[in-house]
Structures are given as structure tokens and as C-alpha cells.
Design a protein around this ligand. Structure first.
Ligand code: GRF
Length: 208
């Protein structure tokens, strides 16, 4: 094994889309914002997404595991688990991952799964709050500040303990699309790598 990797937490990033948050993690690893962990594999829930291409371009093992190819949730999660075990994964990062994981799975990885959500939890979160819907709801309510949250994942959608948050201004002429871009750029891409390093560091110290 490369000496530089010894002791580092191996990270799996779960994706479903364009993978801009994955890209932020890859850049953070390059510039050593992430230094206690190493991105070891990427698992996509959808075929043909750009996130997979980003992983391959960065030399990271990429897998596509589509839920409907399995007879049930537990055989789907068994496949995920097999990949994680094969890679010796210590931390799972959900970065725009749109599949729901069972409580059996989240309990198995308790304290070792984190997610980025594009609002200031507990606002605009939970079932149905994903993608543009989150920003549509924030604009409909008229909030003047929104943002992003990185949190631990448990059996409640967006319900795990909060690790990091960053606020973002909302402007009068915002559209959901404009707001989504601003939240990603000013908050998600910044706090996800920082939170990832924080958790890897914690997990590393627990190993010692
Ligand atoms: C982000 O807004 C993230 O917060 C949400 O899904 C989107 C994923 O975007 N969970 P990307 O695939 O990282 O570009």
C-alpha cells in the first residue's frame, strides 16, 4: 500500500447526478483540505450520470448499482455492502444520492454516513425535499437566508445530528435555479469537504 494512505479513512461517495459535490471532494483531496481520508470508490444509483465520469477521470473506482435491478431493498443493500467491504470503507458520503437507505443499513454504518442537504435543517428537509423542490419551498415561504447542512444519516430522512451549516442570502429576484446554484457554490461545495475532513479526523482518532 502507498505509505501516504496508511491510517487514512477510506471514503465511498454515493451519487445520482452531475456530481458537482463529488468534484468538490476530489479538489479538496488534491489541495489537502481532505487529508485524513481518501476517496476510494464512487457508487452511482443511476446509469450514465456525469458523476461517474468525474470519478473515472480522477482515477477513482466507479460502480453503478441500480435499485430496480434487485428483487428487494435488502439484496440491493447487500450489493452496496459487498462493495464497501471489498474497499474497506470507513466513511460513506451521500453527495446528491437520491435513493433511500433502510434503517438496517444506516444502523450498520452509524456515525459513518454523512449527507449534504441544500437548506438550513430543520427547515425545508425530510421526505419530498430534494433538488429544486427545496429551493422552491424556500422561495415560496419568503425566507431571506437559506443555506446548506452536512449531517449524519440515520433512519429519519435528513434527521441525523448536524455536523456543519453555512447560510446563503436569498434575493428578491431569485428563481429556484438561481438559488440552487448559489447554495451549491457558496455553501455545499465548501462545507461538504470540511465536514468530510472533520469526520475522517474523528474516525481516525477513534482507530488509534
Ligand atoms: C445537491 O444540491 C445536493 O445538496 C443534493 O443534490 C444535489 C446534487 O448535486 N442532495 P451534484 O450531483 O453534487 O451536482
Amino acid at each position: 500500500m502507498n505509505d501516504k494512505l496508511i491510517g487514512k479513512i477510506r471514503i465511498a461517495v454515493f451519487v445520482s447526478g452531475s456530481g458537482t459535490n463529488l468534484q468538490a471532494l476530489i479538489e479538496a483531496q488534491k489541495n489537502e483540505t481532505i487529508k485524513s481520508g481518501v476517496i476510494d470508490c464512487v457508487i452511482s444509483s443511476k446509469r450514465g450520470v456525469y458523476a461517474t465520469e468525474r470519478a473515472v477521470n480522477a482515477g477513482i473506482d466507479a460502480y453503478t448499482v441500480v435499485k430496480k435491478d434487485f428483487i428487494d431493498q435488502s439484496s440491493y443493500e447487500k450489493k452496496l455492502d459487498d462493495i464497501l467491504t471489498e474497499h474497506g470503507i470507513g466513511l460513506i458520503v451521500l453527495a446528491g444520492f437520491l435513493c433511500v437507505l433502510s434503517s438496517t443499513f444506516t444502523a450498520k454504518y452509524e456515525g459513518r454516513i454523512i449527507n449534504v442537504h441544500p437548506s438550513l435543517i430543520p427547515s425545508f428537509c425530510g421526505d419530498g425535499f430534494y433538488g429544486l423542490h427545496v429551493h422552491e419551498a424556500a422561495l415560496a415561504r419568503g425566507v431571506k437566508l437559506t443555506g446548506a447542512t452536512v449531517h449524519y444519516v440515520n433512519e429519519i430522512t435528513d434527521g441525523g445530528r448536524i455536523i456543519m451549516q453555512k447560510s446563503v442570502r436569498v434575493y428578491d429576484n431569485d428563481t429556484p435555479e438561481k438559488l440552487q446554484k448559489r447554495v451549491m457554490k457558496q455553501a455545499e461545495w465548501k462545507i461538504l469537504p470540511l465536514a468530510c475532513e472533520k469526520v475522517c479526523n474523528l474516525l481516525m482518532s477513534e482507530k488509534e
